[in-house]
Design a binder for this molecule. Structure first.
Ligand SMILES: C[S@@+](CC[C@H](N)C(=O)[O-])C[C@H]1O[C@@H](n2cnc3c(N)ncnc32)[C@H](O)[C@@H]1O
Length: 226
């Protein structure tokens, strides 16, 4: 069932020619879109718990298998899984109810809202994972990729080490380039997981896709806050 995923097809064979321009514009100007009322309500329900100590974020957690694995790997940290899909989160909640793990919180929230609200509240992550986000491989969809979205400054403000995984090399390369423009240290490399961390990683690895990872830390450059 899992080994039949098609590789990503895109007219883009290299990082987008407008990536630098778009990223620098986002870094220079605050994102003015107000969060939705639903996002505000969802965030309010977890804000106090998240403010207690830097936490691990699984952004786009899907059915939560990766969130659970991250929680087991960091039992002393709260691990927050955020997703906009009620169906996937319902599956995640069923899986979590069957195990004895008490450091996971699952949140139904649009990530754009979450990142904006969390940054505005001054919250801090110890680590953020963006595991197999929708790649938006059409060139005209550049701004939907997280690194070229106007929410990028909020993602960076939340901080911690950031790890992106994808089965599209260009996404990882663009992500690394965007974070370098913000003054972060970031590199994109191919990797082969010994044990898949998430269902999508499992599916892509079983389908023979090359997998890519970008790991980024805040640096001391122009875009840095430290
Ligand atoms: C390709 S799946 C990856 C799921 C999981 N991380 C994995 O690797 O198995 C992408 C997930 O991101 C979620 N997602 C996409 N855009 C989102 C957004 N703007 N806000 C919240 N969740 C989002 C989708 O609902 C989906 O569950």
């Amino acid at each position: 069932m899992f080994a039949n995923s098609r590789p990503i097809r895109s007219p883009q064979a290299a990082p987008h020619p407008r990536l630098r321009e778009v990223v620098l514009r986002h870094l220079a100007a605050p994102y003015r879109r107000p969060p939705s009322a639903a996002g505000e309500r969802a965030f309010a329900a977890v804000a106090a718990r998240l403010a207690a100590a830097p936490f691990v974020l699984d952004a786009g957690c899907g059915t939560g298998a990766g969130t659970l694995a991250l929680a087991r790997a960091s039992p002393d940290r709260l691990v927050l899984g955020v997703d906009k899909s009620t169906a996937r989160l319902a599956k995640a909640r069923r899986a979590l109810a069957a195990v004895a793990v008490d450091n996971v919180v699952l949140l139904h929230c649009e990530l754009v809202d979450f990142w904006q609200l969390a940054a505005a509240a001054g919250l801090r992550c110890v680590r953020q994972y963006l595991l197999y986000p929708n790649p938006w491989p059409k060139s005209e969809h550049l701004r939907r990729r997280w690194h070229a979205h106007p929410v990028l400054p909020a993602i960076l403000a939340l901080g911690g080490e950031i790890e992106l995984r994808t089965n599209w090399r260009i996404y990882a390369e663009e992500f690394a380039a965007a974070l370098c423009l913000a003054g972060w240290h970031a590199t994109a490399t191919a990797f082969a997981p010994a044990t898949p961390l998430t269902p999508f990683e499992h599916k892509y690895a079983a389908s023979g896709h090359a997998l890519w990872r970008c790991v980024a830390q805040r640096g001391g450059g122009v875009g840095s806050r430290e």
